[in-house]
Design a protein around this ligand. Sequence first.
Ligand code: ADP
Length: 219
Amino acid sequence: MKTQQFVVIGLGRFGSSLALELIDLGYEVLGIDKNEEVVSNMSEYLTHAVVADATDEEVLKSLGIRNFDCGIVAIGDDIQMSILAAILLKDLGVRTVVAKAISILHGRALGKLGVDRVIFPERDMGIRVAHQLVTPNLLDYIELSKEYSIVEMTVPESLNGKTLSEVNTRAKFGCSIVALHREGKIIVAPTAMDQLHSGDIMVIIGSNANIDQFESEAV
Ligand code: ADP
């Protein structure tokens, strides 16, 4: 079942951008922040926005928090508040709780409380930007483990017109092209006869070492 209703606690830079994106994607979002000004700035964009202290259990209960499919604790700087809000979301029965951590220790504490997913936006963005800076064709990547990733890479001029069987990433480099984006469309599981066009975006899965090798030899 698709997650439908989100509650975002803390509408700072991270929380507000997450909440607005969820709204853009068509989901319902309740935003909670203790700062009145922050809430009034966001209220016209979100499904509901409420001024409240997210560490007040009675307030959360009265907002019907337990009915939400997913709760995101986007309070960063105030670790104590972040931890208290995460405990309450878990205890009140929010199905999936996601929390932002600002340090490894903060993340470990959230993990021990049973938070389903801990995110480190600054750390992860730093890593992502570093990869993009050293690999110019790399658009984005998802780390599957320390060793394996899925990356999005622009097809370089050198591969223009080549079929996947000619490029043969699996045999030559040990990584696979699992999808292609072309002119706004996605070709999932392209066949050996599909051609690459320069400017297409390839979605590649493999070990980091193999993907790096393909990237450096393909360009
Ligand atoms: P960012 O770095 O993403 O801007 P911040 O930690 O600076 O994140 O902002 C977090 C937001 O969370 C702020 O708008 C703050 O008012 C709000 N906040 C902090 N504690 C609480 C709380 N107990 N209840 C509700 N909102 C809170």
